[in-house]
Design a protein around this ligand. Structure first.
Ligand SMILES: *Cc1c(COP(=O)(O)O)cnc(C)c1O
Length: 424
């Protein structure tokens, strides 16, 4: 459920008509709904919180990479969320949004020494270690400081998440985590090290999962591993189950609800006696945002349907070009008429195509439209390709809205460039 709906024939974000945002801020612009973010956070929390109380109360760590905007992080911080970060930049954002250091987990295969040090400087709650090499390095840095870094070992369960290959992370050939087969031996080695408090296991098998079955299979493998590690004398107090729950991008897609997911997790983790961490991203932010765009012109097609050329492009919303992803396209003031169109951006690449042969609302030059479900992996993946600026972001709250990220003009990006003396 989201808060983008037609009122008097005009698409609104909560109580704000989208044309008023386009007038004030220009297009393209991402528009987020605070009420939708809060609703998703609450539903997710209510589905997972019953899994433990006291020091076993689950930690819900929002995957910052899905939408790192400070205002978005602030909304989630106020909902009691922590953060799952994958870079020093994201760590800095989570702290800036007021997230408690102990509620921050640091994931990622390529944390640099400087990033490991930053995590220790800031006293974050947990490092999710992805290799023996990383574990040794973190242990060495922490030991030199006379402290212990809290960590869990990310394992790769070799489970097919049945999602797009570029967002599958839990197959043996993927770069993430330590192969399950070697996990016992790696855990034993790292657990011995001074400077490391290795206290559990993490997994994350992929994103946009529309079926619980791969997660269930992976969790069962983690359950066995936890039992084995305990048998070997290790103390296992924490398990991080990652994120990955999908959202409906398209009519007919029916991802499991947070309640279904919660029930599955409850069954799968029964008797584990650990503190669970979750790292949801898309399921919180996806439907809480749209990309508002204006039609530049409608161009007659060759043999096929017309090209609807919009002022948003693959540099603003990369998912269609990157993953062939679907985003619903809707007119802001639909007439009820339909058309079949190729919806494209202005960038000089054929990949700058949002939809082919799409049955959609009829739109004409100058009219406003949205790409739906753009709140996750949208603005965060933006670039300035074709010397386009960085897209602006707005948050709506009831009948008010605020710019939460300025548009960064192409000229400002150019201002950061220099022609060296040897060329003048
Ligand atoms: C990307 C990522 C997530 C979030 O995935 P969603 O599908 O957005 O829920 C969680 N954990 C890790 C380690 C990730 O890389």
């Amino acid at each position: 459920m989201d808060h983008f709906a037609l009122k008097n024939g005009i698409l609104h974000a909560e109580d704000v008509p989208l044309p008023s945002i386009a007038d004030a801020v220009g297009t393209p612009v991402y528009v987020y709904s605070r009420a939708t973010l809060e609703r998703h956070a609450k539903v997710f929390r209510e589905a997972l919180e019953p899994l433990g109380t006291g020091d076993k109360k689950p930690l819900i760590a929002f995957a910052v990479k899905s939408n790192p905007n400070l205002a978005v992080l602030k909304v989630l911080q106020r909902q009691g969320f922590g953060a799952d970060v994958v870079s020093g930049g994201e760590l800095t954002r989570a702290l800036a949004a007021g997230m408690a250091p102990e509620d921050i987990v640091f994931s990622g295969v390529g944390k640099t020494r400087a990033e490991l040090e930053l995590g220790l400087d800031k006293n974050i709650g947990q490092f999710n270690i992805e290799s023996t090499e990383e574990g040794r390095e973190l242990a060495e840095i922490a030991a030199a400081r006379g402290i212990e870094a809290c960590a869990v070992l990310r394992v790769n369960p070799d489970v097919d998440a049945k999602t797009h290959e570029k967002i599958s992370t839990g197959k043996a050939e993927n770069k993430f985590g330590v192969p399950l087969m070697r996990a016992r031996e790696v855990f034993a080695e790292l657990a011995e090290l001074d400077g490391l408090n290795l206290r559990g296991i993490a997994i994350h098998i992929g994103s946009q999962l529309l079926d619980l079955e791969p997660l269930e299979t992976a969790f069962a493998k983690v359950g066995e591993l936890v039992a084995d590690l305990r048998k070997a004398g290790h103390s296992i107090t924490h398990v991080d189950l990652g994120g990955g729950l999908g959202v409906p991008y398209k009519a007919g897609e029916n991802p499991p609800s947070p309640a279904d997911y919660g029930a599955m997790v409850a069954a799968a983790t029964k008797g584990w006696d650990v503190r669970l961490t979750f790292e949801p991203g898309r399921v919180i932010a996806g439907n809480a945002g749209v990309l508002l765009t204006r039609v530049v012109r409608v161009k007659r097609g060759g043999n096929g349907p017309p090209f609807v050329i919009v002022d948003a492009a693959m540099n603003d919303l990369a998912r269609p070009a990157l993953y062939g992803a679907w985003h619903d396209f809707e007119a802001v003031e639909p007439t009820g008429e339909r058309m079949t169109a190729n919806i494209v951006g202005p960038i000089c690449e054929t990949g700058d195509t949002f939809a082919k042969d799409r049955d959609c609302d009829s739109v004409a030059s100058g009219e406003l439209a949205v790409f739906r479900t753009a709140g996750a992996y949208g603005a965060t993946m933006a670039s300035s390709y074709n010397s386009r600026g960085f897209v602006a972001e707005v948050m709506v709250d009831g009948d008010q809205f605020a710019v939460v990220a300025d548009r960064i003009a192409a000229s400002a990006i150019m201002d950061a460039e220099r022609v060296p003396d040897f060329l003048t």
